[in-house]
Design a protein around this ligand. Structure first.
Ligand code: ADP
Length: 466
């Protein structure tokens, strides 16, 4: 059945009115279907989305989900809405198919799909792989969980092109026929334990990326990740590996001081590792994974090297935001789990004053003890998770609490000496104090920018804060 046939004249219930829900509704409408969008948020909170729906003449309800959803031929669940809500249970009990937004979008994508999942590094690797394909002259749409829904992008991908899709576990849980030609699982570390039964359950959702792949498709795995358990991945895909720490018989890997490829029996150097612009051992993994995907998509090693030399990284990921009085400030607001903070610490070459905290996601903070020892000078804690983090780390490190980002930055500045780094790498989500991690990162950057523009002698600037 064609995508149009699957949707034409069908009643499609869409749960969740954020970016991907709206994009799904538009795609359904364009394809002759009848979307109905439902959200439990208030009219005031959803004002912007509602204005768009009204302009397009799309039916909706807000303030809760009613049984009207049960009249749907099938439903689309937005990634922000957990499957555990009662309405999703009702929909399932009634036997109404329920899909994720990337499943719907994939029906409309005429080109191939390159999908990226993992606990950390998805956005960086998705963006990087997209740049490499572009450099290789392949038409691409870089989309998914990256702020540009696959449903908006899918109809624009030509037959000879690629959709490079960042895919979260929430989206992968509800796929049916989503079939990447190339997919990667970058790494698996505990995250989102607030939405999964346990780590195994979360991993199982990620493994679904390969469910529909066939032998001519390529599943890229991290040879250095102990948590990726191939015996649990049910797929016909050909397996390809990358490694950022040692040579491999095939794939893309580190050998000596170079990133090397060995694909289809041919071996070639891609780039000297020192020539890769994005810093840190985790970014070497991301670079290797993206390079392998690009090679499999037909891009030459020279073009891949050209991208690795110039790619500056993505905002809010170990972003250098400048120096004040000899103290460097790094915005890593996207570090919303403990593993990404461990990598941030590994990437630091100076003593660090760490700003962390926010809304707890259910994981343990202890791994920071080992990674932070000898490197962390002091930790400034913000947000709801302060007490929990303090219990885990307070015996090892000097810790202060702060009520706001402003106060945290000032305290960190006081604790740091010239040559040190103040690192915002929270290990938590941002929703207790901010709209999202971008808002948290922007707030941090604005404070640093103000400090930079009014640099004053160190002994006077702290007065009157908190
Ligand atoms: P995601 O989209 O999976 O959240 P990002 O590329 O946005 O990944 O990076 C999120 C955070 O994780 C940042 O703090 C970044 O520095 C860190 N990070 C990036 N790549 C990796 C990796 N391969 N392993 C661990 N941490 C990583």
């Amino acid at each position: 059945m064609s995508a149009q046939e699957k949707v034409h004249n069908r009643k499609v219930g869409i749960i969740g009115m954020a970016r991907s829900g709206l994009a799904a509704a538009k795609l359904v409408l364009q394809s002759g279907g009848m979307p109905f969008v439902s959200d439990n948020g208030s009219r005031e909170a959803l004002a912007t989305s509602l204005a768009q729906l009204e302009e397009l003449g799309i039916a909706y309800e807000c303030g809760g989900h009613t049984d009207r959803l049960l009249e749907s031929d099938f439903c689309i669940l937005s990634p922000g809405v957990p499957q555990t809500i009662p309405m999703v249970q009702k929909i399932k009990e009634k036997g109404i198919p329920i899909f994720s937004e990337i499943e719907l979008a994939s029906w409309f994508c005429r080109g191939k799909i390159l999908a990226v999942t993992g606990s950390n590094g998805k956005t960086t690797t998705t963006t990087l792989a997209g740049e490499m394909l572009k450099e290789g002259g392949i038409p691409v749409e870089v989309c998914g969980n990256i702020g540009y829904p696959f449903s908006d992008a899918a109809p624009k991908v030509p037959e000879n092109g690629f959709a490079v899709v960042e895919a979260s576990s929430f989206q992968l849980e509800l796929i049916e026929s989503f079939k990447p030609h190339i997919a990667m699982i970058l790494n698996l570390t505990p995250d989102h334990l607030d939405r999964y039964l346990d780590f195994e359950d979360y991993k199982a959702a990620k493994y679904r990326i390969a469910d529909n792949m066939s032998v001519t498709d390529h599943l890229i795995l991290n040879a250095g990740d102990p948590e990726t358990d191939i015996s649990k991945i049910k797929t016909d895909a050909t397996l390809d590996y990358f490694a950022a720490h040692r040579p491999l018989p095939a794939g893309v890997f580190k050998r000596g001081e170079s990133l090397v490829g060995s694909v289809g029996g041919k071996e070639f150097k891609i780039i000297d590792i020192a020539g890769i612009r994005i810093p840190g051992p985790h970014n070497l993994q991301n670079s290797a994974a993206a390079a392998l995907a690009a090679i499999l998509a037909g891009v030459s090693p020279e073009k891949i090297a050209a991208v690795l030399e110039k790619f500056p990284g993505v905002e809010h990921r170990l972003e250098d935001v400048g120096t004040v009085a000899g103290i460097k400030f790094i915005n890593d607001s996207k570090a919303t789990n403990v593993d990404s903070v461990c990598y941030a610490l590994l990437s630091m070459k100076t003593p660090v004053v760490l700003i962390a905290g926010g809304r707890d996601k259910g994981g343990a903070y202890d791994p920071l003890i080992e990674k932070g020892r000898g490197k962390i000078k002091e930790i400034i804690l913000i947000g709801e998770a302060r007490e929990k983090i303090f219990r885990a780390l307070g015996k090892t490190f000097a810790v202060e609490f702060a009520e706001s980002m402003e106060a945290a930055v000032q305290k960190a500045f006081t604790a740091a000496s010239p040559g040190d780094t103040v690192l915002l790498s929270p290990a938590c989500s941002s929703f207790d104090m901010f709209d999202n991690y971008e808002h948290r990162g922007k707030t941090f950057k604005e404070i640093v920018a103000r400090m930079r523009s009014s640099e004053r002698p160190r002994d006077t600037r702290m007065q009157g804060v908190d």
